[in-house]
Design a protein around this ligand. Structure first.
Ligand SMILES: Cc1cc2nc3c(=O)[nH]c(=O)nc-3n(C[C@H](O)[C@H](O)[C@H](O)COP(=O)(O)OP(=O)(O)OC[C@H]3O[C@@H](n4cnc5c(N)ncnc54)[C@H](O)[C@@H]3O)c2cc1C
Length: 473
């Protein structure tokens, strides 16, 4: 467990504050015993534990407002938590203090079929929302691989991406309006429930992706689209991983926009099958990587033509025999494999980067990653949303010695991030900066830009109580 970072200006959560919190949310929703607080001290970020002093579970916006007023008055650090699946330590209470878990905000409030909109509370699980909307013929596309366990509020706060961002965009593209509570307890809506809005600065887009550092999100209005009726999925093997990377941009250049375009190295799939304990497929020794591609829409003939065009493109990159999955059972097997890669890698000690580059630069990023890992003798597994140029790079510890892991690897990560920048990319495509990527922010932002970020933070949160020490170095 890490030691919480104590700033003299922050106060501890003590007697009279606990009494006030119990009055607001009820005694059973204020967790003080260590065993009850324990699960809130970690998220899915590898190896980090920061214990909160107290956990509070509100279920109404007014309660959130009153809690924040207490935080501001007594200068108690407050960290907001969704489902705790974040991979950058964003929901960890690094300064201790009060952890506000949103788990009781779990209702879909209104499905507006006429306007293709839904209003939802932040703790609704992404997949549950998608399934409920699908039953109504509606589609909310953002589809993180963690959709079965992550919350919409967390997705909004990290600007999550996922498998279908390549065609449909990321969470920010679907958020129309937010009810938020500012650190001083004021409640506001950030925008309007309209598809267009050129009315001043876009507060909605500013709060999306702000990782709980500016305000607490209590209601979310999302844009929806009609649900596609057909989809075809292709699994494509390559003997040369570099060619698989290079094929990605060529597919778009041929005029096709797949709804999913994922890159998976051979070892990532082997790890996953071991983790699942299921030999889902036998991968010939010569195969080094796969592309997983989906095309979707409303007309099967168009999809068939798209698949044929994709196959033509892939031939130029020496792809192996393509596996077409057109029935649900076959598709589900492939989705299971892909969606479990992250979980499988998390069963080892690893460090993950969420790099993103313009998609045509993907081959260079992949090649440089391999070279850097080989130089320091660390194993690296790559997979991710190749269609977005978003590569998840996982350094796996194995039997690497302490010095290499703790001292040399961070330097190599910096070298890699510098390269990402030189390729026109950036540090995080979808997981956010949170706590663990913060030391590298000065690669992307100079002091002028960092000061703008600091200025925005201090306008929303002048006392700095909300999710302190995140994002901005
Ligand atoms: C196996 C696996 C696969 C994943 N795949 C993807 C993927 O494909 N794409 C992707 O984008 N991410 C992925 N993730 C990362 C993670 O699921 C996302 O970052 C997700 O959006 C986090 O949601 P959460 O509800 O768990 O939020 P948390 O982890 O609880 O919180 C994340 C951040 O949001 C803030 N926050 C949460 N709720 C609120 C609120 N109501 N108001 C203000 N701030 C709030 C927190 O303070 C924190 O900074 C994956 C994670 C795992 C474990």
């Amino acid at each position: 467990m890490q030691t919480n970072i104590h700033y003299p200006s922050f106060k501890r959560v003590e007697g009279s504050v606990i009494v006030q919190l119990r009055r607001i949310v009820g005694e059973e929703n204020v967790l003080i015993h260590k065993e009850l607080r324990e699960k809130y001290g970690q998220d899915k970020t590898e190896g980090l534990v920061f214990m909160p002093e107290i956990v509070v579970l509100p279920c109404e916006t007014q309660q959130v407002s009153r809690i924040l007023k207490i935080g501001t008055k007594y200068r108690i650090p407050i960290t907001v938590r969704g489902a705790g699946t974040g991979l950058s330590g964003g929901a960890l209470p690094v300064c201790g203090g009060l952890l506000m878990s949103m788990e009781r905000f779990d209702k879909i409030l209104n499905i507006d079929k006429e306007n293709f909109q839904v209003t939802v509370e932040p703790a609704v699980i992404t997949e549950f929302l998608q399934n409920t909307l699908k039953d109504n013929g509606l589609y909310y596309p953002p589809d993180p691989a963690s959709k079965g366990i992550s919350s919409i509020g967390g997705n909004v706060s990290t600007n999550a991406g996922g498998l279908r961002a390549v065609k449909y965009g990321v969470v920010r593209d679907y958020v129309l309006n937010l009810e938020i509570v500012l650190p001083n307890g004021e409640i506001i809506w950030t925008g309007a429930n309209t598809l267009k809005n050129s009315t001043g600065y876009n507060l909605t887009h500013l709060v999306v992706g702000s990782e709980g550092t500016l305000a607490v999100v209590t209601k979310i209005v999302l844009k929806l689209i009609p649900h596609p009726t057909h989809a075809m999925v292709l699994l494509v093997p390559f003997e040369d991983a570099a060619k698989a990377c290079a094929a990605v941009a060529a597919i778009f250049q041929a005029g096709i926009t797949p709804s999913v375009l994922e890159f998976m190295e051979r070892d990532a799939l082997e790890y996953t099958m071991d983790y699942l304990g299921e030999r889902i497929m036998d991968i010939p020794e010569s195969v080094k990587a796969h592309l997983l591609i989906e095309v979707d829409g409303f007309d099967p003939m168009t999809l068939q033509n798209d698949c044929e065009k994709i196959a033509e493109v892939l031939e130029r990159f020496d792809a192996g025999e393509i596996l077409f999955a057109d029935d649900e059972a076959a598709k589900n097997v492939l989705w299971k494999l892909r969606r479990n890669i992250g979980r499988a890698i998390k069963s080892s000690i690893y460090k993950e980067l969420d790099t993103v580059v313009p998609r045509a630069r993907l081959p260079e990023l992949h090649q440089a990653t391999k070279a850097i890992a080989a130089k320091i003798g660390v194993k690296v597994l790559c997979f991710g949303h190749a269609g977005d140029g978003n590569l998840h790079i996982n350094f796996v510890r194995g039997d690497v010695d302490d010095d290499t892991w703790n001292l040399i690897l961070p330097k190599s990560i910096r070298e890699l991030f510098n390269l990402v920048k030189s390729l026109g990319g950036t540090l995080s495509g979808e997981h956010g900066i949170g706590w663990i990527q913060k030391p590298y922010m000065n690669i992307m932002f100079n002091e002028t830009s960092l000061n703008l970020l600091r200025g925005i933070k201090s306008v929303f949160d002048p006392k700095g109580i909300l999710n302190p020490l995140k994002i901005i170095p």
